[in-house]
Design a protein around this ligand. Structure first.
Ligand code: DGL
Length: 271
């Protein structure tokens, strides 16, 4: 089989946090990034809208040669992944695969969290910060109950945080409001950042949470998990470390914002 890039999909630019970790963990792998900037933000859309947009994005990446697509976007993972994996993919592209970002995070928090708390006989409280649509879906809690029944998840939405980060505004006010609302429901043993954008506001989360609260953010966790997946499924590996970036938005504008956010010069083409 000829090498194919691995597709990385996000609603916008937040997925660049995941992409950077993927490229660091898998330097010889080709990646094709797609940001649906024209339709972002997803975090305030309905499940039906997110499913239609996510399927269109995955179809675009498959049409460009990807055989494996990672949906880096938590909102799309929450609202669309199951349906695409279970109903759409088997009929449309049975030798292709779509992965999401919840399972690696839950596996990491259950392992890491139990050790951190040093108590395997009590319930670990994890505050999960995510977009309004992700929280409304309840998908993370459902998945966590299935994989790690000992975890107690408190889901907290962070209205306005993605907008602030995309606009280059100070994320602290939105983070402070969200953390205060989460703390009203108890002090977490660990905090999980369940949105691709939120690692960009990690310092603000650290400042707002009780001192010493461990924070798990997804990029490195997802990268380790993808590397392990590729060990088990070497047919999806390949390339020379090439990166191409697509956007449904204006490539010049998106490229400039992406370069500012990531600190690397990134060029985008029209999807
Ligand atoms: N990238 C999305 C996520 O990880 C959030 C951004 C948006 O609202 O579009 O949930």
């Amino acid at each position: 089989m000829t090498p194919a890039p691995i597709g990385v999909f996000d609603s916008g630019l937040g997925g660049l946090t995941v992409l950077a970790a993927l490229r660091a963990a898998l330097p010889g792998q080709d990646f094709l990034y797609l940001g649906d900037n024209a339709d972002a933000p997803y975090g305030i859309k309905t499940p039906g809208q997110v499913t239609v947009l996510t399927r269109a994005a995955v179809e675009r990446l498959f049409a460009r040669g990807c055989r494996l697509v990672l949906i880096a976007c938590n909102t799309a993972s929450a609202l669309a992944l199951r349906e695409l994996q279970q109903e759409w993919l088997p009929a449309s592209a049975p030798d292709h695969r779509i992965l999401g970002v919840f399972v690696p995070l839950i596996e990491a928090v259950s392992g890491h969290g139990w050790r951190e708390a040093g108590a395997s006989d009590r319930c670990l409280r994890a505050a999960f910060f995510a977009t309004p649509a992700t929280v409304a879906s309840g998908a993370f809690t459902r998945e966590a109950r299935r994989l790690a029944p000992g975890l107690r998840i408190v889901e907290q939405d962070c209205p306005g945080l993605v907008d602030a980060l995309e606009a280059g505004d100070d994320p602290a006010p939105a983070v402070i409001r969200a953390v205060a609302a989460a703390l009203e429901r108890g002090t977490p043993d660990i905090a999980l950042l369940g949105c691709t954008h939120y690692p960009l506001a990690e310092a603000a989360f650290r400042a707002a949470l009780p001192p010493g609260t461990p924070i798990l953010s997804q990029p490195q966790i997802v990268a380790r998990s993808l590397a392990a997946y590729l060990e088990r499924h070497p047919q999806f590996r390949g390339g020379t470390g090439r990166l191409d970036c697509l956007t449904t938005g204006d490539p010049a504008h998106v490229g400039a914002r992406a370069s500012a956010l990531s600190g690397a010069r990134l060029t985008f083409s029209r999807a």
